[in-house]
Design a protein around this ligand. Structure first.
Ligand code: S3P
Length: 429
């Protein structure tokens, strides 16, 4: 378990691209595998999480060719997957496990899903519960809440489900099962979560109806293979946006970033905090909006973050915490209890790390209050095995006085291979 030491920077400058969107990369493999015909994917994220999904579909008999740039998926059709001969290992990836649970529920075979120690500790009842209502036969540890999960594929029927959480993983797992179910499946959620499944299913020719508060689809619809261009991941770009905002003398251009409105909470929040951030050349690629993002150093002020902004920025809170710790005033985050069940408890992890850097942080059950410290102290930070905590504290280190070490940064490879090298490239000293 490697640690990494970051030195303060005098500016974050240059022009970069970030790796492909993780959510879209997972879905490209899943939907491409159950489509009829060939799907070509460019810009695929070669991070450990998306590679876990790729390995799972190969283990179910899907041929995926890789020329180093483009993945070519030879779709097997809705009913062409084969029973895997071994356990499917999702590694650290919640998206792989939850979406696969939905998809596998409707297959004509048996499968088992497992993951690393962090994933095996995360709640699965949120998908197992509604899937059981559809007729799925899933068992697992802790009464079916924890992996390993054993799934005996069965006949499913559509349901109407009111999800208590705004979660794209829950919504997508039920939609995937809904493709195999008899009749119509409806999922409602408190606030709209990322809609990549809806967009990609439509791109593959499936009729998906969206209405305020939910989504509806009919079972038995076939998918047709399509080309997919995966945009840069706004969740990865977020670390560089915050780095440029907090280090004086910064001016950074991030090219080709996905700006799907269900993901741009980070832009709205940073702008609300006074960020000098511009979207340049907005365009659309394969059903997803994309733009270049220019960010310059800014004097940030605190803001209140709650409601629909929370799911629209759910993965960006560790980075937002770093911005808040250098903003003037107290930033209040509420309605974000989902952060407690991510790769680690991200409220506790960021509170702990920012306190080490000299910031006043108060935890609440569903959020936190962060009072801007003016400056950060170099410190020994802990990743807690969570890629986004690791990257956030490395970014904090650029604006700190003295050196910041971050423990166990290997986890960054789940979503952002090459992060440290890219950060060093733009951090001027
Ligand atoms: C994801 C959904 C979100 C997000 C995760 C990716 C997806 O999780 O945090 O990184 O691809 O559907 P939840 O559905 O648990 O909010």
């Amino acid at each position: 378990m490697q640690s990494y030491t970051v030195k303060p920077a005098k500016g974050v400058r240059g022009e970069i691209r970030v790796p492909g969107d993780k959510s879209i990369s997972h879905r490209s493999i899943m939907f491409g595998s159950i489509a009829n015909g060939v799907t070509r994917v460019s810009g695929f994220l070669r991070g450990e999480d998306a590679l876990s999904t790729l390995a799972a579909f190969r283990a179910m008999g899907v041929q995926v060719d890789d020329d180093g740039e483009t993945l070519t998926i030879h779709g097997k059709g809705l009913h062409g997957l084969e029973e895997p001969t071994d356990v499917l290992d999702c590694g650290n990836s919640g998206t792989s496990m939850r979406l696969l649970t939905g998809l596998l529920s409707g297959q004509g075979f048996f499968s088992v899903l497992t993951g690393d120690k962090y994933l095996r500790a995360r709640p699965m009842k949120r998908v197992v519960g509604p899937l059981a209502k559809m007729g799925a036969r899933i068992s697992g540890r802790a009464g079916g809440d924890k992996a390993p999960l054993a799934i005996q594929g069965s006949k499913l029927k559509g349901i109407e489900y009111d999800s208590p959480v705004s979660s794209a993983q829950v919504k997508s797992a039920i939609m995937l099962a809904g493709l195999y179910a008899e009749g119509e499946t409806v999922v409602r959620e408190p606030h709209l979560s990322r809609d990549h499944s809806e967009r990609m299913l439509r791109h593959f020719g499936v009729s998906v109806e969206t209405f305020p508060g939910g989504v509806r689809l009919s079972g038995g619809q076939e998918l047709s293979g399509r080309d997919i261009v995966v945009p840069g991941d706004i969740s990865s770009a977020a670390f560089f946006m915050v780095a440029a905002l907090i280090v004086p003398g910064s001016d950074l251009l991030i090219r080709g970033v996905g700006i799907n409105p269900t993901r741009t909470g980070i832009i709205d929040i940073l702008k609300g905090m006074g960020a000098n951030l511009e979207l340049v050349d907005p365009r659309e690629e394969a059903g997803e909006p994309v733009a270049d993002i220019r960010v310059r150093h800014s004097n940030l002020k605190a803001m209140e973050i709650s409601g629909e902004l929370v799911p629209r920025a759910i993965d960006e809170f560790p980075a937002i915490c770093v911005a808040a710790s250098l903003a003037e005033g107290t930033t209040v985050v509420s309605g974000a209890s989902e952060l407690r069940v991510k790769e680690t408890d991200r409220i506790a992890a960021m509170a702990d790390n920012l306190r080490r850097a000299g910031v006043t942080v108060e935890e609440t059950p569903d959020g936190m209050r962060i009072t801007g410290a003016g400056t950060l102290k170099g410190c020994a930070a802990d990743s807690f095995g969570d890629h986004r905590i690791a990257m956030s504290m490395m970014v904090a280190g650029l604006a700190a006085k003295g050196e910041t070490s971050v423990s166990d940064v290997d986890c960054i490879a789940t979503s952002f291979p090459g992060f440290a090298e890219l950060l060093e490239e733009v951090a001027k000293r």
